[in-house]
Design a protein around this ligand. Structure first.
Ligand SMILES: Cc1cc2nc3c(=O)[nH]c(=O)nc-3n(C[C@H](O)[C@H](O)[C@H](O)COP(=O)(O)OP(=O)(O)OC[C@H]3O[C@@H](n4cnc5c(N)ncnc54)[C@H](O)[C@@H]3O)c2cc1C
Length: 543
């Protein structure tokens, strides 16, 4: 028997991973791996909220219509309906666990949920816990998980690769678990499980600027790809228009509400520019604003633009934006007196591992839930606050399916130990850091908000070279978490570039100057990459 033998191995401890763990029956032996602290991940930083039809004046049909409209023809209608119709039950479940959603207060008594409205929603339907919804959810989920004796948490354990029957030469090709590096003990061990779930979040770290924490390095997408699963729609990366530009701010998001309340975007010399791009000016939709900023930054060779709300009274700013105001003050800016520097940043990965309504992937025994997956909910653009919802609804569906089928699955055979022949410690950490920086810069410059055939071709050549270098490095030296993530980022970068090259139109979040319009002549189609035919596709394309 291997040391680590479980019924279900969940890789990732955000909204997707932890809600799945909690939904499984109490007699199921569950392991949850988190490569950082248990609560670290995008979920913790979600500000806006989670969408669901909870108000009697709202309808499922309206939520569905808004989601389809935002996704520009690429959403799967049955998936959209499934998610939205299951949303109220997901909220009820969270409330049952104790998530403190903000409520109306009538005469000091708690009333119904307080609902906000966000981009794309035609009505108020976003539940929130003040301006820190993700934190409220994640801390509640972590607390609950810690109480369950059937769940073992492994913090600071980074999964390296999935273990499949095919890799072990078995006739039955199913997922048998994963190898993971215990980062603190510097030890790699196999984690055997009858069922494995990827809940590793998105891949926005592939870009130089991102609103995401360091955990979003696309590990799950890369692992699934290497294990033979298809991935889809990787060209659709959502960019948030305004992240604070400061070396220490790293990934601090400045909410769109600042523009909603009168904030103006300016060039560094104080010239307004949004009116040149859209008649709605500073209130244009997120993707248009991001594109306009990107255009000006590239045109003028500037590092950032400015966001100015200092013309509003100071008490108004402090009351409406306490978090942004406080963070800016920490970094030396007073937004009541001066504009703050901002840049667009990669925010959400719409594509991912192809899954069905039960969150199953192409590989038997492997599920994918949350931002790592491409369920068909978002299509070509994600509507605000639909992503936390997707995590919860698909975690519930996966848990139900796993619970119903687990008894039919056999224990996993003894798994081979990790190949320790690569024991050479690298003194070339600088190479890893350098490649990491080069990759993210290349993606930002050539595969970012505005694309062209030429830029994509250039990015492909560089990424290809980097992938070879990284592969050599990976094959010869002891693994480290930085190297594991770099390898995955390079893989995901390649998948994004190839998907972008295959989409010869602009649609949703994918915008290319060579094909600036949406192709209405053909039915909308997903971009699906299959690892089994990828090499042949490349040869065909080159030929
Ligand atoms: C700043 C910000 C604001 C947002 N606001 C909203 C919002 O208001 N509403 C909304 O719906 N969405 C919002 N989003 C998006 C939403 O937060 C995410 O899509 C969602 O939280 C993803 O949850 P997840 O469980 O899939 O992944 P995450 O919460 O990112 O968790 C990923 C987990 O996987 C682990 N992991 C990754 N790789 C490995 C590995 N190799 N081995 C072991 N563990 C691994 C990580 O350690 C982490 O535990 C926001 C995102 C950000 C960044």
């Amino acid at each position: 028997m291997p040391d680590h033998q479980f019924d279900v191995l969940i890789i990732g401890s955000g909204a997707a991973g932890l809600s799945l763990a909690l939904r499984l029956p109490g007699n199921v032996r569950v392991a949850v791996l988190a490569k950082s602290r248990i609560d670290e991940g995008s979920t913790l930083y979600a500000q806006g909220g989670i969408s669901a039809v909870t108000d009697p004046s709202d309808t499922f049909e309206s939520h569905i219509a808004d989601t389809l409209d935002t996704g520009v023809g690429l959403n799967k209608p049955e998936v959209v309906r499934h998610t939205i119709e299951n949303a109220p039950a997901a909220i009820e479940w969270l409330v049952g666990l104790g998530v403190p959603f903000t409520r109306h207060s009538a005469d000091g008594e708690p009333d119904g949920f307080h609902l906000t409205r966000e981009g794309g929603h035609s009505t108020r339907r976003v539940l929130h816990a003040a301006d820190a919804t993700g934190r409220a959810m994640e801390t509640t989920l972590v607390d609950e998980t810690r109480k369950r004796p059937n769940i073992t948490l492994f913090e600071h354990h980074i999964a390296i690769d999935l273990i499949t029957g095919a890799k072990l030469g078995l006739a039955d090709n199913r997922c048998l678990g994963a190898y993971a590096l215990d980062i603190q003990a510097h030890r790699v061990e196999p984690y055997a499980a009858r069922t494995t779930v990827l809940a590793t979040g998105g891949a926005s770290k592939v870009y130089l600027y991102t609103s995401n924490p360091d955990t979003s390095s696309g590990d799950g997408i890369a692992m699934a790809w290497r294990a033979g699963c298809r991935v889809a729609n990787m060209e659709f990366n959502q960019f948030h228009p305004t992240c604070l530009y400061h070396p220490q701010a790293k990934s601090f998001l400045v909410t769109e509400a600042v523009r909603g309340e009168g904030g103006r975007l300016l060039l560094p010399d104080g010239t307004p520019f949004m009116d040149r791009f859209d008649e709605r000016g500073n209130l244009a939709p997120r993707d248009i604003v991001a594109r306009a900023i990107d255009h000006e930054m590239k045109r003028l060779g500037i590092e950032y633009v400015l966001l100015d709300i200092s013309h509003k009274p100071a008490p108004f700013i402090k009351e409406h934006f306490p978090t942004v105001y406080a963070r800016c003050r920490e970094l030396g800016y007073d937004m009541t007196l001066e504009p703050i520097p901002v840049v667009p940043a990669a925010h959400y990965t719409c594509g991912g591992v192809v899954t069905d309504l039960q969150a199953r992937t192409d590989l038997p025994g492997l599920y994918a839930v949350g931002e790592v997956a491409c369920t068909g909910l978002h299509g070509a653009n994600r509507m605000a606050s639909n992503s936390l919802l997707e995590c919860l609804v698909f975690a519930a569906a996966a848990a139900e399916h796993i619970g119903a089928t687990l008894a039919d699955l056999q224990e996993v055979p003894q798994l081979p130990a990790w190949d320790e022949s690569r024991v050479r410690d690298s003194d070339e950490e600088v190479v890893v850091t350098h490649n990491w920086d080069e990759l993210r810069r290349c993606m930002w410059n050539y595969v970012g908000i505005v694309r062209t055939n030429k830029r994509l071709e250039r990015a492909w050549r560089r990424t290809d070279l980097l992938q070879h270098e990284i592969h050599d490095y990976y094959s010869n030296f002891t693994v480290s978490s930085d190297l594991i993530e770099l390898r995955n980022l390079a893989q995901v970068a390649a998948l994004i570039i190839r998907s972008a090259q295959l989409r010869t139109e602009s649609r949703g979040l994918h915008y290319t100057l060579d094909h600036p319009f949406t192709d209405h002549a053909r039915p909308p189609a997903d971009t699906i990459l299959d690892p089994h035919t990828f090499e042949q596709d490349l040869v065909r394309k080159a030929g």
